[in-house]
Design a protein around this ligand. Structure first.
Ligand code: SF4
Length: 936
């Protein structure tokens, strides 16, 4: 055989590599027939021919590129590797990307729609047809729409995996029914960012930074794990210094120049102390702050009798933060004073090349955690590093969501199950409170979809979710749309199998770096068949069994909700090119690629392809910066001022009552999407909406502040929020390679604490929370601060039947029962055991315990301002009792309800506002109803 010239990663036309160079990546011109030697045939050289089809990983939010290798002999996907032409991931993946092949071939996967045959949760299932599923749900939803019960339709999503598709579907139905998992995830971090700049996610340019500060490692170990982690290392290799604030020595902290094991919740105090040092030592970017911070608004409102000058503003700042000395921050956090000072100076000297990020972790763990992201952004503002090369941009500057054809008008409905009056500022839906709201009679659900979402397992107080899901008055009809069994699917009426990452269409973009791109997830076997002349009408015809892709499910369902078009729903699901005909999924994406992605049609034309063909061929497209610039977009000049008015005092530029920009040094600029169009150090919103004491960045004592945890009485702070980089919330139970790597979640315990408790690694401990306890093994390690224990999420999956329910690769067989007095008890009957299946590896399972489900023992802790569940727990840790067994869980839901009421009492509802608003109009909502719906 002649040697095949290949392309190198970074050299588009390299010619040095051969088929024997395993480090190479196949060049696109050879993707139609890629040849490798069959490893199993070694030492013989047997050629295997593959067709390579790009798609997008669905195993976290980062949306990295994958290449599927379809074996031309069998027509099956052989493996997944990275797509070097994907701008975000650049050919690299974490372990979860290639493990997609496990999910495709999982012998435990659900291949046909199932309908319950007994009571909910009884575990009796029968196969049904998609036709029956669609008719049943269409009837329920149509009735709810026609009868004006639009708030009884709810779509509750875990991992979206797409941009904009479902918002369009729900908008077409006219329901305010989008619920998400975000208030167990990121709503607090988002809130802090949004207060400052109007966007609720940051986008650091790590690769070009001089100093990088991360609050916890959640980003690198779980969120945009691969794309951002590789750029952090790139930045470090160019000389950047990295500091990580995390009480746990994470993978990222172990790579850092500074590991800062702060007491959880004290991060804000440390960041404000750093801000004060930057101010005192005049390291701040005076010109930037003077132009872009709303200091005039602050002085006018809070210091009206004083000079309205920038110099006075700086003096006031120094006064305001006088108490945040290094000594105070050191006392709160446990960090050395000199380290705090050192890092503050390095941040100041990094100037516009200071990159910073926080997500989940400290923000998600603590009461008032949103002040952590707010204080961190304060450092970015002080250094003038917002959206600069090496700085931190708004996510909206680096993410690109193309518009679809025919966008529905915003709904007139407002669903108080999602945005209740107690939480007018909640950054996302008050998702975790749904069981209590239904119990209190605030509403009911006629049709409830959980989609890649497992609240029974993921959310705090999961047994309250079981109580809700088994109550047919509260939830009349429930479908779990999921590629894999879950604890929640067990309590559904229908379990509807959906495609994994290589079996569906989705369009995704993420703020992975200073650039903009879109990625096209596509059903690999459908594309393969179509390329080989085999027409496929629906993706399920190419997928295993009857696994549907959701895009097509929603089109079909929408047609059945409105078969004659009289409800005004159907028109959104009609073809843009064949009037009155049903939209195909190909038409949907073709329209977007042809009309909504700048530069794509031209790039495609250069290769004699249509835009859709281009995306099918490469799987991703980077939007040229001249079409979509990414830096300092606040400075963009407003060109069209016709009909606009300029407020002489504030510089705000408005048209028809809407603020469109701000005058800066005489230039009309777009500014930031805040009410002032500037960076809001001072938040009039918080003041007007009941929280005047938080109008500027400040320090809120966490519910697990050091003073609240009495170490002498055996109390500890439990961190339950960190994830292992090789697992996916509750979707890796179907990936055998991942479970082989990580299959236990012991309780991290510092040696001094282990000695105090009287345990060693491997001993059983009982961890007691406010509402119950769990039993797990201790892992004694120096990688955690004394006084703190930590237990990762993702592990401790369970099932209620021997061979059905959650994947057996990952779950223990348990018994779970509720007693008369409202307490729940779980006991493991069997750990993970080998089992017989089509995959011989299932008989080789060597791990036995599989982890412990800790979230069941946590009550809800909704932050009264941001609405975020505050995950950290004050616990006692002691040696297990004689009657305890590994994996035992005990919960008292009556106590859980009381804790919910206690936290609810901390809110300040704004139900009697003169303007009648339920929520500030400028604040983000993931699915946004009309402005009139914001009024009561
Ligand atoms: S970081 Fe890993 S899991 Fe996430 S999209 Fe990339 S490869 Fe997939």
């Amino acid at each position: 055989m002649s040697e095949i010239p290949l392309q190198q990663h970074s050299a588009p036309s390299g010619e040095q590599m051969t088929v024997r160079d395993l480090a190479s990546c196949p060049p696109p011109e050879r993707w139609h027939d890629w040849v490798e030697y069959d490893a199993r045939a070694w030492p013989r050289k047997v050629e295997k021919h593959y067709e390579i089809i790009p798609t997008i990983c669905f195993n976290c939010e980062a949306a990295c590129g994958l290449l599927a290798y379809v074996d031309k002999e069998t027509g099956r996907v052989k493996k997944f590797e990275g797509n070097p032409y994907h701008p975000g991931s650049r050919g690299r993946n974490c372990a979860k990307g290639p493990a997609t092949i496990n999910q495709v071939n999982d012998p435990e996967r659900i291949l046909y729609p199932l309908k319950r045959a007994g009571k909910r949760g009884e575990g009796k299932w029968e196969r049904t047809t998609w036709d029956e599923v669609l008719e049943t749900f269409a009837g329920k939803i149509r009735a709810a729409i026609v009868e004006g019960r639009r708030d009884e339709v709810m779509y509750h999503v875990g991992r979206p995996g797409h941009d904009g598709y479902m918002e369009r579907v729900l908008g077409a139905w006219g329901v305010d029914g989008h619920n998400s998992h975000t208030n167990v995830c990121s709503s607090s971090a988002r809130f802090g960012y949004q207060l400052w700049c109007g966007a609720d996610r940051p986008s650091p340019d790590h690769a070009n930074a001089r100093f990088i500060l991360l609050i916890s490692s959640h980003l690198e170990t779980g969120h945009y794990f691969n794309p951002q982690a590789q750029r952090i290392i790139e930045g470090k290799m160019k000389g950047a210094k990295l500091a990580v604030m995390d009480p746990r020595l994470s993978n990222t902290a172990s790579m850092a120049d500074y590991w800062l094991p702060t007491w959880p919740g004290s991060e804000t105090a440390v960041l404000l102390a750093m801000a004060r040092i930057i101010l005192l030592e005049k390291l701040y970017n005076r010109a930037y702050m003077c132009r872009w911070v709303n200091w005039q608004e602050f002085l006018a409102a809070e210091h009206p009798g004083e000079p309205q000058t920038f110099d006075r503003f700086i003096e006031v700042l120094i006064d305001l933060y006088a108490e945040y000395t290094p000594a105070f921050a050191a006392q709160e956090s446990g960090l050395p004073e000199e380290t705090i000072i050192d890092i503050a100076r390095q941040v100041g000297h990094a100037g516009t090349a200071f990159a910073a990020h926080t997500w989940r972790a400290a923000t998600a763990g603590n009461l008032g955690g949103w002040q952590v992201s707010r204080a961190l952004w304060f450092l970015s503002v002080l250094t003038g590093s917002i959206g600069t090369p090496g700085g931190t941009a708004l996510n909206t500057w680096n993410k690109f969501v193309p518009a679809p054809f025919l966008k529905p008008s915003p709904s007139e409905a407002w669903n108080e199950l999602l945005f209740p009056p107690e939480y007018p500022l909640a950054n996302y839906e008050m998702s975790i409170l749904l069981p209590y709201f239904l119990r209190e009679g605030r509403g009911k659900l006629a049709a409830y979809f959980t989609r890649v979402y497992n609240p029974v397992w993921t959310n705090p107080d999961g047994t309250s979710w079981i109580e809700m899901l088994t109550n047919e008055q509260q939830v009349e009809l429930h479908a779990a749309l999921t590629p894999v069994w879950s604890e929640t699917a067990w309590y559904a009426d229908y379990v509807l199998p959906m495609g994994v990452g290589s079996e569906r269409h989705d369009l995704m973009s993420q703020e992975t770096h200073a650039g903009r791109w879109i990625g096209f997830r596509q059903p690999v076997l459908r594309v393969y068949k179509e390329r080989h002349g085999e027409p496929v009408q629906f993706t399920y015809q190419a997928n295993p069994g009857e696994v549907w892709e959701e895009d097509e499910f929603w089109i079909e369902l929408s047609w059945r909700i409105d078969p004659d078009g009289s409800l005004g729903v159907r028109k959104y699901f009609e073809s843009p090119s064949r009037p009155g005909q049903k939209l195909t999924i190909e038409e949907y994406y073709r329209w977007i690629f042809e009309n909504s992605v700048p530069g794509l049609p031209e790039a495609a034309a250069r290769e004699h392809l249509s835009p859709l063909e281009y995306m099918r061929a490469y799987g991703a497209f980077e939007i040229p910066q001249e079409k979509a610039p990414v830096f300092t977009l606040n400075e963009r000049e407003l060109k069209d001022l016709e009909g606009a008015q300029i407020d002489e005092t504030t510089g705000k530029i408005t048209r028809d009552g809407t603020t469109i920009g701000v005058l800066i040094d005489g230039k009309p600029c777009e500014g930031f999407p805040t009410p002032s169009r500037k960076l809001e150090f001072y938040s009039p919103t918080l003041k007007e909406w009941g929280w005047p004491e938080y109008a500027i960045p400040g320090y809120i004592h966490s519910h697990v502040h050091r003073a609240a945890v009495n170490h002498e009485r055996g109390e500890y702070l439990l961190i339950p929020t960190f994830r292992l980089p090789t697992l996916i919330h509750t979707r890796s139970g179907n990936a055998k390679w991942l479970y082989e790597i990580s299959n236990a979640n012991p309780v991290w315990t510092h040696p001094t604490d282990a000695e105090r408790i009287g345990v060693q690694t491997g001993d059983l401990v009982r961890v007691t929370t406010e509402i119950g306890h769990y039993v797990n093994r201790a892992w004694v390690t120096d990688g955690i601060r004394p006084g703190i224990v930590a237990c990762s999420h993702h592990l401790g999956r369970w099932r209620l039947e021997t061979s059905q329910g959650t994947d057996r690769w990952a779950s223990a067989l348990v018994e779970l029962h509720k007693t008369q007095d409202g307490t729940w008890h779980m006991r493991q009957l069997q750990g993970t055991l080998p089992f017989e299946s089509d995959d011989p590896d299932s008989a080789r399972i060597f791990w036995r315990e599989g982890g412990v489900h800790q979230n069941l023992t946590f009550p809800v802790h909704p932050d009264p301002v941001s609405g975020m569940h505050c995950w950290h727990q004050k616990v006692t840790v002691e040696p297990a009792h004689p009657e305890d067994g590994y994996g035992d869980v005990y919960v008292d839901t009556r106590k859980a309800y009381k804790v919910y009421k206690d936290w609810l009492a901390m809110t300040r509802p704004q139900t009697h506002r003169p303007d009648g608003l339920r929520r500030p109009l400028w604040m983000i909502r993931p699915y946004r109803p009309s402005a009139s719906a914001f009024k009561r």
